[in-house]
Design a protein around this ligand. Sequence first.
Ligand code: SF4
Length: 197
Amino acid sequence: MSKESTQFSITPSHIIEYLYCPRFTFFEYVLRVPQFEEKNYKVLKGREMHDEKADQNRAYLRKRIGAVEKQTEVYLTNNLLRGEVDEVLTLQDGTMAPLDYKFAKWEDRLYDTYRTQLVCYAWLIEHNFGRQVTRGYLVYTRSKHYLLEVPIKPEDVEVVKTAAAEIAKIIQKNVFPNATKVRKRCEHCTYRNICPM
Ligand code: SF4
């Protein structure tokens, strides 16, 4: 599957932004108003990876997980989404799972951004391999490779699928979406001055 063969496609970052506020999608990808990422962005924590991936081949991690097969840096697409998964694992029970390395510390809480990213990968894996995905894994490289198992339910994948369809509608048909229901997010939003809240 070549990267060039993709026509319209979105990334997990698009999904993360949309779920934070659908209008981000409109301002950034329809009006092309850039974000000022440094200012506010809990929403973009998902982008802080891939800079450094020390010790990715730690076999003991796969052993702990019970993986029987591992594919690395797997680029996957479907009709809407594209993404590169650090590792696609085949588990003993026949299901598959994405594993993603984070150059980050484990802070006793799973960020929604990381979770959404794994769910996006689950959708891509199910679509491309025809196998069920019931969980994903995160490795926090700055906390001695702390391994976190994240359950993934079918309804989680549905949320991402719906978001992807809505994003396509916003970008391809110039639809102005509703504001986030979490109005607190507007207080420090980079689009505050141009958004009719
Ligand atoms: S100001 Fe509020 S509604 Fe408008 S883009 Fe920002 S978060 Fe969304």
